[in-house]
Design a protein around this ligand. Structure first.
Ligand code: PSU
Ligand code: MN
Length: 300
């Protein structure tokens, strides 16, 4: 059910630092060809920092840890690729389907392969209007149960960020902000909400991960790395676009799994591609930080 690429397998055998990468961002988060070029650059960034990338997906019913460039290209251009979270993973395996893994499913697969650090764009969270829709991403539940550190640029600002942070706190997930005092809001550095925890060095984050493991607490943690200054879209500007996109989703009756991809796509159009440029920049920055944490964890 699980196939580990040779490069990843030898890194695991040698205790070398590894960084897991997800694929929903490729298939449902960005358009072609930027999705493929971003995924390849992110892998290169992890390698340049001295770690081994492990891009995760399900291909024809098999969990794959590490994809070749050709496989990535095929995944990014295939139609009918499922968006897999915890609930869908066994279905994809049992029915031989191909699917991209969300944060939740990537955490599960990374943990199966004994990879403890994972870089993405932004975690899923509590959607705006969740008090009536009950749309809360399975990513939050996964963070509470699976011991993988997720490096992200905070939660996407299209979510209800205060409620997202409340759920993480309730479920006992440490949320550590990297070199900032405010929880970042994906395209913007600022959410108006204070950092639950703050650490300034990858080594200190590695120590936190070790302490969490040694206490036997289970569960993962969120490392929130704000988008680089030069790439951010200021929050007030982004909020107008988000309100428009959320209204468009309501008008078109978009719900469930389709909602986040729909909103990301509408934002890209409504910002004339600027939200995509920001998304690409923040993923690259997260990959670099994740690699540094992975290095610190193996003590190099
Ligand atoms: N980060 C990005 N783009 C994305 C995602 C993260 O920069 O598309 C994906 C992740 O896979 C995350 C998913 O798990 O969005 C959240 O989906 P949902 O809200 O349906 O749980
Ligand atoms: Mn949802």
């Amino acid at each position: 059910m699980i196939r580990i690429a040779p490069e990843v397998a030898s890194a695991l055998a040698n205790g070398a630092p590894l960084v897991a990468l997800e694929t929903t961002i490729v298939t449902h988060g960005m358009p072609y060809p930027q999705n493929v070029s971003t995924a390849l650059s992110v892998e290169a960034i992890v390698r340049d920092a001295g770690a081994v990338p492990a891009t995760i997906a399900v291909i024809e019913g098999c969990i794959r840890i590490g994809l070749s460039a050709e496989e990535l290209e095929r995944l990014a251009t295939a139609s009918d690729v499922l968006k897999l979270s915890r609930a869908d993973l066994p279905y994809a395996l049992a029915s031989g389907r191909t699917g991209a893994t969300t944060v939740a499913a990537t955490m599960i697969c990374a943990h199966l392969a004994r990879i403890g650090v994972f870089a993405t764009g932004g975690i899923g969270g509590v959607h705006r209007g969740a008090e009536t829709t009950m749309d809360i991403s399975a990513d939050l539940e996964e963070l509470a149960r699976t011991p993988v550190a997720v490096v992200c640029a905070g939660a996407k600002a299209l979510l209800d960020i205060p409620k997202t942070l409340e759920v993480l706190e309730t479920r006992g997930v440490p949320v550590v902000c990297y070199r900032c005092d405010e929880f970042p809001a994906f395209w913007s550095r600022s959410s108006g909400l204070p950092a639950p925890l703050r650490l300034d060095e990858p080594r200190a984050i590695a120590q936190l991960i070790r302490a969490q493991r040694e206490l036997g607490l289970g569960g993962g943690l969120v490392v929130a790395n704000p988008i680089p200054h030069a790439d951010e879209i200021p929050a007030p500007e982004m909020n107008d676009h988000i309100e428009t996109a959320v209204e468009e989703a309501r008008r078109d009756g978009i719900t469930g799994k389709a909602l986040t991809p729909f909103l990301l796509d509408r934002l890209m159009s409504n910002t004339a591609g600027r939200s995509l440029d920001a998304n690409i920049a923040l993923v690259k920055s997260n990959a670099h930080l994740a690699a540094r944490i992975a290095l610190a964890l193996v003590g190099t």
